[in-house]
Design a protein around this ligand. Structure first.
Ligand code: ATP
Ligand code: MG
Length: 336
């Protein structure tokens, strides 16, 4: 389990989020949504422990393993594709050691109905699964299954990783992550470089994933199929919605309408009161009434409507006609 407590973060004068608290555990399925530059990747990096927040704390429970796929900047070199993925299988002895440790702890429990005991059982189950997966023959077939699922061919397995282009580097990183099977998977735009077949494969894989997933993606149906909670980051505010992306859109629209209605009612009320105050402010006989209305206005909790996040509007000028031959290539080769 990971819990974020009152996390605040700013870059220069831009406040990304203020006092965010969040808990990710078990089989939670979250997405982080928000416009470009809202802070999705930053929040994911904070959860992953890659960067520290300005304020607040991130607590991670013992035995929780976290896997993080960054949005960009992935580059592997020095190994073949298969060996690179294999190398992330980790130390099987270490897992065995942890399992022994938990067995010892469990044997000391007198009351096996407590939450603490159940936590240990859960952790043990996770370790057992990882152990089985990494075990000998299973490991090889698992690696192959993941690589093929992500769109690699068998003939790619012995190629050096640096021969693969940027999008394929992301797939290598994803393959490594899926193989290690962490209890919390943090994925920053994993769909960006996937073709439709691999995308469907990843979607299915994640739908059946045994751990928690925190996802950033612009693919709405991917989000809808995988996530069950949506965290919106907008203008420094973080709001949680208890459903997938479609639920979030509908709910947001309803909340917005409701808020606009309340805002309009409040503004009408304000105008009426201001009219009254303006009209009678110099009339001695009404001085008390005017004062009490001013006091009343002071006490109102005024609703603020957030401006829509700025949208960019642009048009493409009509393209001028190209010559008869647009591009001419000769002696071109391409390797994947
Ligand atoms: N290391 C940094 N130093 C200064 N500013 C940063 C740094 N990292 C991010 N920012 C700024 O913080 C804001 C949030 O960035 P972040 O990458 O988290 O956004 P995002 O929601 O992931 O955007 P996108 O949808 O484009 O991936 C942006 O304005 C970005 O320029
Ligand atoms: Mg980002």
């Amino acid at each position: 389990m990971i819990s974020l407590n009152n996390i605040s973060m700013r870059y220069g004068s831009k406040e990304l989020f203020d006092k965010v608290s969040l808990r990710v555990a078990g089989k939670d399925r979250l997405s982080l949504v928000g416009s470009n530059g809202a802070g999705k990747s930053t929040l994911l990096k904070v959860i992953a422990g890659m960067i520290s927040s300005d304020e607040g704390e991130v607590a991670i429970s013992r035995h929780t393993t976290v896997g993080y796929l960054p949005q960009e900047g992935i580059r592997f070199m020095g190994k073949t594709l298969y060996d690179e993925v294999y190398s992330s299988a980790g130390d099987i002895n270490k897992i065995q050691e942890e399992m022994r440790q938990i067995e010892n702890e469990m044997s000391e429990f007198e009351d096996t109905s407590t939450d603490e005991f159940m936590d240990l059982v859960y952790e043990y189950g996770e370790l057992q699964e990882r152990f089985q997966m990494l075990d000998g023959f299973r490991l090889k077939s698992k690696i192959e299954k993941i690589l093929i699922g992500l769109g690699f061919f068998e003939k790619d397995f012995d190629r050096m990783t640096n021969e693969f282009s940027g999008g394929w580097q992301m797939r290598i990183a994803l393959a490594k992550l899926l193989l290690t099977n962490p209890s919390i998977l943090l994925l920053d735009e994993p769909t960006n470089h996937l073709d439709i077949e691999s995308l469907i494969w990843v979607e299915n894989y994640l739908m059946n994933y045994q751990g928690a997933i925190v996802l950033v993606s612009h693919d709405r149906s991917f989000l809808d199929n995988i996530t069950q909670r949506t965290i919106e980051i907008s203008l420094g505010n973080v709001t949680e919605y208890s459903g997938n992306y479609s639920f979030y859109r509908t709910e947001k629209e309803i909340r917005k309408e409701l808020q606009e209605n309340q805002f309009n009612n409040q503004q009408n009320y304000l105008r009426q009161q201001e009219k009254f105050i303006e009209r009678f402010r110099y009339k001695a006989s009404k001085a008390k009434a005017v004062q009490s209305r001013i006091k009343l206005l002071d006490k109102v909790d005024w609703i603020e409507i957030e401006d829509e996040e700025s949208t960019v509007s642009f048009t493409f000028p009509p393209a001028t006609h190209s010559g008869k031959t647009s591009i001419e290539l000769s002696g071109v080769t391409k390797k994947l």
